[in-house]
Design a binder for this molecule. Structure first.
Ligand SMILES: NC(=O)c1ccc[n+]([C@@H]2O[C@H](COP(=O)([O-])OP(=O)(O)OC[C@H]3O[C@@H](n4cnc5c(N)ncnc54)[C@H](OP(=O)(O)O)[C@@H]3O)[C@@H](O)[C@H]2O)c1
Length: 282
């Protein structure tokens, strides 16, 4: 089976390529310089030439705060770009697995978000990702899975554990927000599920796939520092004390109500596996 991965040099894309290779796929890894998803004709030509059975779209504008200042640029990649990839997939009969986010929700719930919950993004990034979900459904109505995941961390990109490990090596004390709760999801775990969805499960529509369990950023940071046996004190802070350009949902735990949805291990297991990789932090 042949798989085409967009955004292949990104944090998730790198692990998807690894998981696909391990699963025996013929892998076509397209990083941004080889395939700009915002360029419809290039995408169409590249996909037609490649003739994949599955496409995993990991390409995205992921600068959440930057999207507030450049919403149009974020939309071109996350909205129209996702549509371009889905149209090309439908054109050659490939199944598209498209990656979306918990930021399509406003975070006002206090129990896990299910696929049937109403979306209401708070940020330009969230709006652009929602546009992408809609574009994928429109362009490849019969052959897509939109996977919403959350709080990704992995070996191949800048991520929260790396930042905390770097800062903890420099400081005695760190303040981390305690009033945002989600599911920190290890990209290697998610990558396996994306491959599975593209190869065999092929659940149509939206599916939530995130780590089991839940925690705040404060709890996540506390666990990271403990796991690294660093003496740094982690103190709980409030979002209001640390304003950012883009608002974040206060609560965005994702669970699936769909039969046959992949289930991932607990976030603590993801963190253990991440720490075992001994990824350089700077
Ligand atoms: N990170 C999270 O916490 C999180 C949470 C939930 C969902 N997601 C979703 O997960 C997916 C993967 O994100 P990630 O964390 O792996 O982010 P990432 O490391 O930033 O990867 C995204 C990749 O897309 C590439 N890209 C940007 N614009 C592109 C374009 N026009 N055409 C082709 N490629 C382009 C980027 O290349 P450059 O680096 O060269 O720009 C980068 O390699 C995204 O859909 C994201 O929305 C992420």
């Amino acid at each position: 089976m042949r798989i085409l991965v967009t955004g292949a040099a990104g944090m998730l894309g790198t692990d998807v390529c690894k998981a696909a290779t391990d699963a025996g796929f013929d892998v076509l890894a397209f990083e941004r310089t080889r395939l700009d998803v915002a360029d419809a004709s290039t995408v169409e030509a590249a996909v037609r030439r490649a003739g994949p059975d599955v496409i995993v779209n990991c390409a995205a504008w992921t600068d959440v705060d930057g999207a507030e200042a450049s919403p149009q640029a974020a939309l071109e990649v996350n909205g129209a770009g996702a549509g371009n990839v889905a149209r090309a997939a439908a054109g050659c009969g490939a199944w598209i697995v498209h990656v979306s986010t918990d930021y399509v929700f406003d975070g006002s719930k206090s129990e896990p978000y299910l696929e049937s919950d109403p979306v209401a993004p708070l940020s330009e990034y969230g709006r652009s990702k929602l546009e992408g979900e809609l574009a994928v459904a429109r362009e490849a109505p019969e052959q897509h899975t939109v996977v919403r995941s959350s709080w990704l961390f992995g070996a191949a990109g800048r991520c929260f554990p790396r930042t905390i490990l770097r800062l903890a090596a420099e400081r005695d004390e760190l303040t981390v927000v305690a009033d945002q709760v989600g599911c920190p999801t290890f990209t290697a775990h998610l990558a396996g599920a994306l491959i599975d969805l593209g190869r065999t499960r092929r659940l149509p529509g939206v599916v939530h796939v995130a780590a089991a369990g839940q925690c705040s950023w404060f709890e996540f940071a506390t666990e990271i520092v403990a796991s690294a046996r660093l003496p740094t004190q982690i103190k709980p802070g409030a979002t209001s004390e640390m304003p950012r350009p883009a608002p974040r949902p206060a609560y965005s735990v994702l669970r699936s109500e769909r039969a046959g949805a992949p289930r991932l291990p607990d976030w603590r297991r993801g963190l253990d596996e991440f720490m075992a990789l001994r990824v350089p932090v700077s």
